[in-house]
Design a protein around this ligand. Sequence first.
Ligand SMILES: CCC1=C(C)/C(=C/C2=NC(=C\c3[nH]c(/C=C4\NC(=O)[C@H](C)[C@H]4CC)c(C)c3CCC(=O)O)/C(CCC(=O)O)=C2C)NC1=O
Length: 161
Amino acid sequence: MQDAITSLINSSDVQGKYLDNNSLEKLQHYYHTGDMRARAATTISANAKTIVTQTVAKSLLYTDITAPGGNMYTCRRYAACVRDLDYFLRYATYAMLAGDPSILDERILNGLRETYNSLGVPIGATIRAVQAMKEVTNSMIGADAGKEMGVYFDYIASGLS
Ligand SMILES: CCC1=C(C)/C(=C/C2=NC(=C\c3[nH]c(/C=C4\NC(=O)[C@H](C)[C@H]4CC)c(C)c3CCC(=O)O)/C(CCC(=O)O)=C2C)NC1=O
């Protein structure tokens, strides 16, 4: 896993240079938004269950997917989907705190498409659920932090597509 600070320092280190202005500006932005990131993570962790429930209600409930024959039909599969959504939320929150998406590649996206395809988990519906989660989270943490979280939800969605 990387974070905004290590990745900027590492890329200067391989060139044997001090951080240039562009890197310093990025670092400054990261430090300036630190409070906002911490506050957003606190709100998300206190409301994670609600966020997941509202996401399911907004994007999956009463669709073909939850009806007999759908991929979420049966309690076991419904629970697996809810659990996956909770993984997405938790890891997107870690990535937002780190200011870097690498943890998403390592822990979430690596092999997920293949797993979903082999189990018949619909990728399009999963991406729509991630987009719904982005909206639900945004309404809970406010526009600035929501935009930052949106970066990592979009990263998951495009990594799956
Ligand atoms: C921490 C990293 C991590 C991830 C991301 C992860 C995902 C993951 N989701 C799985 C299953 C699943 N995932 C879903 C999800 C869905 N079905 C739908 O129709 C919806 C659109 C969607 C929810 C949004 C379902 C239903 C299953 C069970 C499929 C089956 O066994 O038939 C499986 C197969 C094994 C299992 O059932 O537990 C994995 C590995 N596991 C991990 O350890």
